[in-house]
Design a protein around this ligand. Sequence first.
Ligand SMILES: Cc1cc2nc3c(=O)[nH]c(=O)nc-3n(C[C@H](O)[C@H](O)[C@H](O)COP(=O)(O)OP(=O)(O)OC[C@H]3O[C@@H](n4cnc5c(N)ncnc54)[C@H](O)[C@@H]3O)c2cc1C
Length: 450
Amino acid sequence: MNSDKYDIAVIGSGPGGFTAAVRSSQFGARVVLIEKSFMGGTCLNCGCIPTKFLWQALKMKQKIQKSYEYGFKTFLEPIVFADIVAKKDKNISSIRKGMDLVLKSHDVTVVSGAASFKDKNTLRVLNDGNSTNIFADKIIIAVGTDPLIIKNLEFDRVKIIDSTDVLNLQKIPKNMLIIGGGVIGIEMATIFAGFGCHITLAERENKLLPNEDNEISEEIKKNLLRQDVEVLTECTNALDNLDNMDKYEKVLIATGRTPKGDLNLEKANIKITKNGFIETDEFCQTSTSNIYAVGDIAGKTLLAYTAQNEGAIAAENGVKGNSIKIDNSVVPQVVFAMPQSSSVKVSNFLNYKDIIFGKFSLTASSRAFIENERLGFVKCAVDKVTKRPLAFWIIGAHCDELVNTASQILKNGIKLSRETMFHPSFGESLFNAYEDAFGMCTEITRKKVK
Ligand SMILES: Cc1cc2nc3c(=O)[nH]c(=O)nc-3n(C[C@H](O)[C@H](O)[C@H](O)COP(=O)(O)OP(=O)(O)OC[C@H]3O[C@@H](n4cnc5c(N)ncnc54)[C@H](O)[C@@H]3O)c2cc1C
């Protein structure tokens, strides 16, 4: 049995673990990163990147089909979906190589294998029957989550599949039932309907994206209906209520995520919540003081960018002693439907009593005309007293980029001003919605006073 000693050991190479490893090394620590599967975690291999690649492929198809709007005469050959999937895999593998290079340049040692705790400073790493011990002063756990499985449902990975399986289908099914109308369900419905699969999307609550603003949920539903997706809400138990499962070629379960649980946490006295996530404080520290946990496994937001942020925080606290805290006061959300939607609001939004709203439709945006992307709107909430924006809800092309600007505006309490907005741009729509809150948008028709 081999053994080795490090300042920091990181378990898991997803966005949380990768960032934690590189940042720890940047602070001068001797770092080991342990990964049991592919470099990049859920995000790169079966999450953010593959879904957005397939979404982009669909967007490309639509652009080719609509190129006549710009005076082109083009013809789209029949699509071989397996070719698109192969391109996706090639891109993923290039990104993986890039990650390896970054880790190497920062002198991070990468060890393949599944880690579990022997005690609070010792990890046992198993790889192909070989066992190694790794000792570290500090350990950062970033092992992520798995797709949630519905109890008593035979999960055969052929007909009943999860979000990882669906991303590797080589052929578009004739039809597919998607259970779960959250972000993942909607993104898969959009992609697969766009490539010709008949989709039934079943959600337990009375609207898609149950926690999202009603107008955004409604607009997403409208756009899915435009894509011929059948949307069912209030399916309290979708599987019981749906009379005939035989009629579906595939059934995708997209009902949530569950924490990974094979780490022997009890050997290091690490406490977990009742749902199995690792308990952490605002420093990302667990109940055992030399051990931190970040990203999905800590169960706070289940997003790649918050995992990266927590990874950087845990690294700094681990190397230098606890000094920085998580600040989730402004966290944007994005859904890659067609078109995309995004939203961001200050976390104490409900404390504001005097809120005014403005709205700007993309049908009035000159850039939306130029890009032939006129579906959607920007809605803005403003504190009437200070005139500071408190929230943005955006649906439409490029809103995944716009929401970054919107988030910085909210985080820094900035009032919007015209001279900082390039014309013609989609970004102007943020300003126009903001001005509309005061009845002063110059780009739209005057509202009649009744
Ligand atoms: C379909 C889908 C689409 C998504 N789209 C987005 C998106 O657009 N934007 C976004 O922000 N988020 C998105 N997410 C969520 C995002 O992927 C996760 O929030 C993010 O990957 C979490 O990062 P992490 O570092 O916590 O864990 P992960 O990325 O899950 O990485 C954990 C890593 O730990 C490894 N590991 C686990 N156990 C061990 C062990 N015992 N020993 C060694 N290694 C171990 C795993 O193999 C894995 O590589 C999506 C998720 C899914 C499923």
